[in-house]
Design a protein around this ligand. Structure first.
Ligand code: UDX
Length: 440
């Protein structure tokens, strides 16, 4: 059993802290945000993530055993720990491609007074290659060491992805320090390793690049199929069948080949941009110049979606009710950061449409970001009187909508399927105009 501190209790940190406690470790979760700490202390997740609240509750339960999980705003509490995870965000810098490392630097700075000889600081945040080397120099005078252990969790699956990841990657320094860091991390991840999870030990730079490369590949895969969708639109072909067919080649694989409105969220868009910025600093910008195109293909899908929506309401949004199904950047999340759905909703609003956005979890977050749009939590009410329905985030309840039932509520039977999840034949048979991205 290890005693662990987790600095930063956002998406990554809160899940990591709860997951590590569930594996039997003593965990201190530290954040400067008092509201977040208060919520987590009461086993309330500050964001929607299936399974997290149960984990928080069981690790903090008053069942006679000492608490395994404590949330605090006082970094001094981290002094008890010997392994310190840095889990703060690295957003895109305003007006630039590069990542903003302010929070990572501040987290390391705040840890310095509590670090003891033999402690291990473990970076989990997604950072530009070279960051770990720089931070290790700052940490070393305390007698502590640094490891980089990138996180690959997907929102909506964060708990499982943390406890049973596909792989563990440790970026460690050379020599004995590296062996000690590896041993300390092996102790933290004992249960996961015993379950057969592969672990790869690398240098700092490789570990940092693994994360950036993985997200760049995923973004590329999505934009590849969306580029094929553009060709399908130009030629009358069907991208969903195309994806099924090429995906059957197991060298290609069907996962992450869902054509549609493209990727958003707090990771893929900013990570590919930060990668381009860092590659430029390293004089290797040509190597990832293709990511600029990946980004453009992705952003073009949003504009195309607006065009399709305008077509189905006969060329103008003025005086039209447009119901947008989905505000979150993907289903099973309340995260609206760079949400393609909200981007489309915002554009239609600017072009004079009366937009009503509905989402099972994300309307509160969406309203804070785009206060001008109309919001309706109840799906049926949101659909009532619509001239066009746009399915932009593929929540289960939207995938299962019944064309006849929805038809009774709307003013005009027109639907644009931004995620290619509905059966066109079924909707057309019920008298709907059905349009989709990359499908005839
Ligand atoms: C991603 C990575 O998957 C994860 O490993 C990393 O740690 C963080 O970034 P996440 O942002 O939670 O995770 O979402 P993900 O499931 O990867 O989806 C990203 C976006 O791509 C979503 O907007 C989703 O709708 C879109 N997407 C995904 C597609 O458009 N098509 C697909 O086939 C798959």
């Amino acid at each position: 059993m290890s005693t662990i501190s987790v600095i930063g209790c956002g998406y990554l940190g809160a899940v990591h802290a709860a997951a590590m406690a569930s594996l039997g470790h003593r965990v201190f979760g530290v954040d400067v945000d008092e509201r977040k700490i208060a919520a987590l202390s009461e086993a309330r997740a500050p964001f929607f993530e299936p399974g997290l609240e149960e984990l928080l509750a069981s690790a903090q339960s008053d069942d006679g055993t000492p608490a395994r999980l404590t949330f605090t705003t006082d970094i001094a509490d981290a002094a008890e720990a010997t392994v310190h995870f840095v889990c703060v965000g690295t957003p895109q810098r305003r007006g630039e491609f590069a990542a903003d490392l302010t929070y990572v630097d501040a987290a390391v700075e705040s840890l310095l007074p509590v670090l003891k000889a033999g402690d291990l600081v473990v970076g989990k945040s997604t950072v530009p290659v070279g960051t770990a080397e720089r931070l290790a120099e700052i940490i070393r005078p305390t007698g502590a060491e640094l490891a980089w252990n990138p996180e690959f969790l997907r929102e909506g699956h964060a708990v499982d992805d943390t406890i049973t990841p596909d792989r563990l990657v440790y970026g460690v320094p050379g020599g004995e320090a590296g062996e000690q860091a590896t041993a300390a991390l092996d102790e933290v991840y004992r249960t996961t390793l015993d379950a057969g999870t592969p672990r790869l030990v690398a240098d700092y730079a490789t570990a940092e690049l693994v994360k950036t490369a993985a997200n760049s590949f995923l973004a590329t895969k999505i934009s590849f199929i969306n580029a094929m969708a553009e060709l399908c639109e130009a030629s009358g072909a069907d991208v969903t069948l195309l994806a099924d067919a090429i995906g059957m080649d197991d060298r290609i694989g069907r996962k992450f080949l869902n054509a549609g409105l493209g990727f958003g969220g707090g990771c893929l868009p900013k990570d590919i941009r930060a990668f381009m910025a860092r590659a430029g600093e390293l004089g290797a910008d040509q190597a990832v110049a293709f990511l600029r195109e990946i980004d453009s293909i992705n952003m073009r899908r949003r504009v195309r979606m607006v065009d399709l929506a305008r077509e189905v309401v006969n060329g103008s949004f003025i005086g039209k009710n447009i119901t947008v199904l989905g505000a979150a950047f993907k289903p099973d999340s309340d995260d609206v950061r760079d949400s393609p759905a909200l981007g489309v909703a915002g554009l239609i609003n600017l072009q004079g449409g009366t937009v009503t956005v509905t989402d099972p979890e994300a309307t509160d977050n969406a309203r804070r970001l785009f206060p001008d749009l109309g919001y309706e939590a109840d799906l049926e009410t949101a659909l009532r009187g619509a001239d066009a329905v746009l399915l932009l985030t593929e929540w289960k309840q939207y995938r299962e909508l019944h064309p006849e039932e929805v038809g009774e509520l709307v003013r005009g039977r027109a639907i644009v399927d931004g995620r290619n999840v509905l059966d066109p034949a079924e909707w057309r048979a019920a008298g709907w105009t059905y349009r989709a991205l990359g499908r005839p």
